[in-house]
Design a protein around this ligand. Structure first.
Ligand SMILES: CC(C)(COP(=O)(O)OP(=O)(O)OC[C@H]1O[C@@H](n2cnc3c(N)ncnc32)[C@H](O)[C@@H]1OP(=O)(O)O)[C@@H](O)C(=O)NCCC(=O)NCCS
Length: 148
């Protein structure tokens, strides 16, 4: 965990930086419009990591009944391996415990070994695969679950 990093709810002011982050991280990035829709989505829990106003990364989750499905995690390349994603995931775990969630789930590319290592370090377990979950390039999705 990095004590200088603040975790705050996503707000309209974050959207341009987050769209830039999406473009730099993913082959099918979320647009500003897609991210803005989540500001109005009652099941969305989107958190931003920032330091002195600079956006470092973010995480997005949908809270459905007793399950949280993590849909986005990304950190700008120059801020990686400094505990930013860990701080974001820690905040989601705390949200889950405080709100009575039974588990957190996510999908990840098996080839994304860094992300898989991050999730395993948080106690997520591999429970299955979704065939053809990803495009550009096509790849199955590894399903991971953390019980709370
Ligand atoms: C995956 C990602 C979010 C990790 O963010 P991060 O802030 O660098 O992660 P952290 O610093 O909190 O890493 C915590 C631990 O996870 C593991 N980890 C994270 N990135 C790793 C990598 N590239 N290779 C191996 N292990 C890694 C390590 O165990 C690390 O601890 P350590 O640095 O003490 O060894 C970031 O690399 C990223 O944005 N990647 C592009 C987008 C992406 O792939 N998102 C996930 C989609 S499912």
């Amino acid at each position: 965990m990095n004590p200088d990093v603040r975790i705050v709810p996503m707000s309209p002011a974050h959207i341009p930086a987050l769209a830039k982050l999406e473009k730099c991280c993913f082959s099918v990035p979320w647009s500003e419009a897609g991210l803005s829709e989540e500001l109005l989505n009652p099941i969305a829990v989107f958190l931003v990591a920032q330091r002195e106003g600079e956006v470092l990364g973010y995480v997005g989750m949908h809270h459905l009944l007793d399950e949280g499905n993590i849909i986005n995690v990304a950190v700008f390349p120059e801020h990686r391996r400094k505990g930013v994603a860990s701080s974001l995931l820690f905040s989601l775990v705390r949200y889950g415990i405080e709100n009575g969630l039974a588990r957190l789930t996510l999908e990840v590319r098996p080839s994304n070994t860094g992300a898989v290592a991050l999730y395993e370090s948080f106690g997520f377990e591999q429970v299955g695969r979704r065939r053809g979950f990803y495009s550009k390039p096509p790849e199955d999705g590894l399903v991971m679950v953390k019980k709370l």
